[in-house]
Design a binder for this molecule. Sequence first.
Ligand SMILES: O=c1ccn([C@@H]2O[C@H](COP(=O)(O)O)[C@@H](O)[C@H]2O)c(=O)[nH]1
Length: 277
Amino acid sequence: MSFMQSLQQAWTRNNSLVCVGLDPEPSKFPAHLRDKPDAVFEFCRAIVDATADLVCAFKPQIAHFAALRAEDALERLIAHIHEKHPGVPVILDAKRGDIGSTAQHYVSEAFDRYGADAVTLNPYLGRDSVQPFLDRADKGVILLCHTSNAGAADLQELFVSDESGGGKPLYQHVAQIVAREWNTHGNCALVTGATWPEQLAEVRALVGDVPLLVPGVGAQGGDVEAVVRNGRTIDGSGLMISSSRAILYAGSGEDFAQAARTATQTLRDTINRYRHG
Ligand SMILES: O=c1ccn([C@@H]2O[C@H](COP(=O)(O)O)[C@@H](O)[C@H]2O)c(=O)[nH]1
C-alpha cells in the first residue's frame, strides 16, 4: 500500500490527525530505563505500542538517533512499527536535499535501509534534487514549505518575482510549484509549522487537498484550534499534526508510556473538536 493510502486509512481508522514524533533524549528517559544498553529502542518501542491506535503516523527524527550512534535502534524501531502496527505510516524526518547522484543514496537510506514510508526533504536545491524521491510513487515526499521556527521568516518569506511581473513570498512559490508541477504521482506533502497559522491558511488555499505535516504544537506552543481551522481540508482531514516532546516526556516515571498515551488522546480529542465545526 502506498504512503498516501496508508495515511488516508489511518486518518479514518484511528479517527486521528495526530503524528507522534519520536525524538529520543536519554537524559529525559525515566530512571529505570536510562542506563539500559538498548534504552533508545526500548523507550521508543514503549511509546509506539502505547499510542499506535491513536495516531495517523509516526515521525522519527533521524538526528536524534544518529547523534547517539543509535541508527541500528532506528532501523529496528521502524521494522517493529511495520510488524506490530501495520498500516501506520512512518515518516523519516531527515530534511535531505542534494544533487541527483547523492540524492539517490538518500533515497536508498530512507526507503531501503530504514524502510520509511515517507521522508522530509529540503526543496532548496530544486526539482532535480527531489526527482529521485518523486519517482518512488508509493513513497511520501514531504517538502519544507514554511517551517515552525522563528527564523523561518528570514528566507521563506522573502518576496520572489515571477515571469508575469507579479510576485509572492518564497514559501507560497514552493507550495504552488510542489502542488502544480512536482506532484505528478500524487505523493507530495508539505511541512507548514503550527506556529505560523496565517501562513498555514495561505498554503492550504494554494494546494487543495495536498496533505500538510504540521510540527509546532505542544512544546513549541502552536495553537491547535488555529491549526485545524486553517489547515483542514473540506472533509476535515488533510493534516498530520506532529508533537514530540509534549507526548514523549509527558511522564517521567515507570508509567511514562501510559502518560504518553493520555497526552496523545488529549491532543487527538482537542483536534477532533475543530475538524468539522
Ligand atoms: O518546521 C519544522 C520541521 C520539523 N520539526 C521537527 O518536528 C519535531 C518537533 O518537536 P516538538 O518536541 O514537538 O517541538 C522535531 O523533531 C523537529 O525537528 C519542527 O519542529 N519544525
